[in-house]
Each structure stands twice: as structure tokens, then as C-alpha cells.
Design a protein around this ligand. Structure first.
Ligand SMILES: Nc1ncnc2c1ncn2[C@@H]1O[C@H](COP(=O)(O)OP(=O)(O)OP(=O)(O)O)[C@@H](O)[C@H]1O
Length: 234
């Protein structure tokens, strides 16, 4: 498999503070990776560095064209009930971001919006206002916006924290399907250790450095990681 993201001896700083140290790893095309680790361990900083949005990076990050990456950040708070945008308009903004000026939607663009809404079972809600939707539905609208431009890489930052366990499971399954059916490479930051492992191909455990990177089975069996996480609890 082809490498789609490569990090070579990467450190990330905020001013003098080194948040991430000596990261060297490859992500292969089509991988589904769960990124886990304690609070403040640098998970968001890592994905933002890959996106070219975070901290001061020393070392080498190779990602090719960043326009091929879609980012679904943490869902914080709920948009006002009166936020005047409709579901299909919000999804359409996912196509406009890569267009040069003047930006307008073609008939094909409208079809793409409809297709992705059908895929995520939100087509019936296409004319609803975003503020009128439930947390899980909002999440799917934002996911639709992220994937409507057919990115090669999808990065999700803890998108499940506002969802109940049933909806979480649904989102994990949906992302698995996108990974399998579209060959989408997925980086999924999660606090759901134990659940995310059921869906991903690889687990990345960060704690300011790369502590573990391997399959869920290797992760489960690793004595080293047991010792490491055990020592954090004391
Ligand atoms: N813009 C910033 N300026 C200064 N320090 C920052 C900035 N962003 C993050 N940090 C610091 O970097 C460290 C790692 O933060 P980060 O958000 O990457 O961790 P995380 O693993 O995603 O945490 P959580 O699981 O709590 O979301 C923290 O100590 C945080 O305070």
C-alpha cells in the first residue's frame, strides 16, 4: 500500500513548550486509524499539524495536497435554533471551499449534495434548518459537508462526545463503511478506548510521543501498553 501521510522526526512546539516529540510514522492509503491517549497528550495538535494548522512544526510532514483532506472538528455547543441555514446549504459549502472566485453551484454540485445526503440518510431533512436537528443529525450534516468534496483523507476529532452510545456506534459504523466502500483514509481521534478498537485497522496511542502504533489485537496484547496505562492511573 502507498503511504499517504509520512512524518519524519517531527517535534511540535507552542512557543517554548514542546507538545509532541520525535514522531516518525507512515499512514497508508485506505487505513482507518484510531488515535487515542490521555487528555492533553497532543492528539488534536497532531492532526492540526498534519492539516498545516497547528503549532510550530520541526521535522518533516509529507501529505501531498491538503485540499484532499477533510476535517471534522469537535462539535461544540449547538447552533441556535434560529441559525438560518438549511441542511442542503450547509452541505453545499463543502463544495464551495475548493472553488475559485466567482463561486457558484453547478447542477452536478446539487446532485452531489443530494447523493451524500441520501448516503447518510439525511435526504428527508434537506430543507430543515440545522438548528432544528438533534445532535446526531447535526453531526451527520457536518460529516456530509466534510465528504461531499470527495476527499482522500478524513480526519475526525472526537466527534462522538455529544452523542449517546447508540448514536456513537452508528457513527463508527458509518465511518467504517466510508472507509471500506470509498477507500477513504480515516484518522479518528476518540476517547472511546475499547469501542473504537472494534472498528479501526490500527491504533495510535499518543502521550506527547508515539507510545504505540499497531493493530487493535497487538494493542490489546501489548504488555508494554498495559504497564504504561497502568502507571498513569497511580
Ligand atoms: N494553541 C495553543 N497554544 C498553546 N498551547 C496549546 C495550544 N493548543 C494546545 N496546546 C497545549 O498542547 C497540549 C496538547 O493539547 P491537545 O489539544 O493537542 O491535546 P489532546 O490530546 O487533543 O487533548 P484532549 O484529549 O483533552 O482533547 C496541551 O497541554 C495544550 O494545553
Amino acid at each position: 500500500m502507498k503511504n499517504i501521510i509520512q512524518l519524519n522526526e517531527v517535534d511540535v512546539y507552542f512557543k517554548e513548550y514542546k507538545v509532541l516529540s520525535d514522531l516518525t510514522f507512515n499512514i497508508e492509503e485506505g487505513d482507518y486509524i484510531g488515535i487515542i491517549g490521555p487528555n492533553g497528550s497532543g492528539k488534536t495538535t497532531l492532526v492540526r499539524s498534519i492539516l498545516g494548522l497547528g503549532g510550530e512544526v520541526r521535522g518533516e510532514i509529507v501529505v501531498g495536497d491538503r485540499r484532499n483532506i477533510a476535517y471534522l472538528p469537535q462539535l461544540t455547543g449547538s447552533k441556535s435554533k434560529f441559525f438560518p441555514a438549511k441542511v442542503r446549504e450547509i452541505v453545499a459549502t463543502g463544495l464551495l471551499k475548493n472553488k475559485s472566485f466567482p463561486k457558484f453551484m453547478t447542477r452536478r454540485d446539487h446532485e452531489k449534495v443530494d447523493e451524500v445526503l441520501k448516503e447518510l440518510q439525511m435526504y428527508d431533512k434537506r430543507d430543515s434548518l440545522i438548528g432544528e436537528l438533534s445532535g446526531g443529525q447535526k453531526q451527520r450534516v457536518l460529516l456530509a459537508r466534510a465528504i461531499v468534496s470527495e476527499p482522500k483523507i478524513l480526519i475526525l476529532d472526537e466527534p462522538t462526545s455529544a452523542l449517546d452510545p447508540k448514536l456513537r456506534d452508528k457513527l463508527y459504523k458509518l465511518i467504517s463503511e466510508l472507509n471500506r466502500n470509498k477507500g477513504l483514509t480515516v484518522l479518528f481521534i476518540s476517547h472511546d478506548v475499547g469501542t473504537i478498537e472494534k472498528y479501526v485497522d490500527k491504533v495510535m496511542y499518543l502521550d506527547k510521543k508515539l507510545v504505540f502504533y499497531g493493530t487493535p489485537l497487538e494493542f490489546e496484547r501489548s504488555e508494554e501498553i498495559k504497564k504504561y496505562t497502568g502507571s498513569l492511573k497511580h
